[in-house]
Design a protein around this ligand. Sequence first.
Ligand code: GLN
Length: 189
Amino acid sequence: MKLGIFALQGAFLEHEQAFDKLGVPWVEIRRKEHFTDGLDGIVLPGGESTVQGKLLREEGLLEPVKAAIQSGLPVFGTCAGLILLAEKLTNDDNVYFGTMNVTVKRNAYGRQLGSFRADLEVKPLGNFPAVFIRAPYIEKAEKNVEVLAECEGKIVAARQNNMLGVAFHPELTNDLRLHSYFLEMVRGK
Ligand code: GLN
């Protein structure tokens, strides 16, 4: 198995460390030529979605990656990564990959609550420590989207077939169960 971790901007190092601990090889994707055949899954890290989206567009990565996700390539998007996957953003006119049937609100928790921790119930993992940083949430999910976790009534983790999107940062805790869950998706594809 080999994963591609997008390393244009944001918290990609922590995902690399998480997959190192799980013994899974990965390569960094910064340019179009890094996005090669033979990747079994890809990771879209947190960061700033506008910056990431602009770089993806400039590098010519937006269309090939979108097509690969649509053909079933497993993808794990955290925070800004979830924003890149969303088919619609409530407070932003941009759409990036747009492959996941969710409407996402950016910076949804307001200025007072820029960053916070919450103990969530994540399906099927159980209690999970979640770190939110200027996080989005999913305002609306279509029927084909499985809701995996909510935080105060807002959807913060969801899966749609080959796509796993979470609003928080599992790579910033020592809990690797969501990374393992993604690996199960990759193995089961
Ligand atoms: N606020 C960021 C955005 O809108 C996401 C924050 C994050 O990835 N931690 O892109």
